[in-house]
Design a binder for this molecule. Sequence first.
Ligand SMILES: [Zn+2]
Ligand SMILES: [Zn+2]
Length: 130
Amino acid sequence: MKTHKTLKGECLCGEVSWQLSGPYEFFGMCQCSRCRKATGAAFATNLFVKAEQFKWLSGKEMVHEYVMEKPNTFGNAFCKKCGSRSPRFSPARGWMMAPLGSTMETPEIEPTLVCAKNHTDWFKKLEEIL
Ligand SMILES: [Zn+2]
Ligand SMILES: [Zn+2]
């Protein structure tokens, strides 16, 4: 039986921490305009797991969640102290999503580029370098 790696992540100040265990459902690198605004970066890098494979280790009460008006299901969650993105439940898929940039470990899943056509012109031939 395959044993799956457990990944731990934490925010910049360290108050909010969590862990996820595989198998992972999806590793998305999304470059839609909402993900870029929420992260301030070229991509959101999110690892998705079933809710029972996710566990808060500390600071859940420090997480603030912003959810867009319906019918949007998009939102953002972050540490109230340091502003780092934190995991949140994704109602669209029924999975927990966690920002992979908050862990130094490598998941046992390859990333998928989401919304490849929905980007600025910062990058040329992006699909070729992934
Ligand atoms: Zn923090
Ligand atoms: Zn997106």
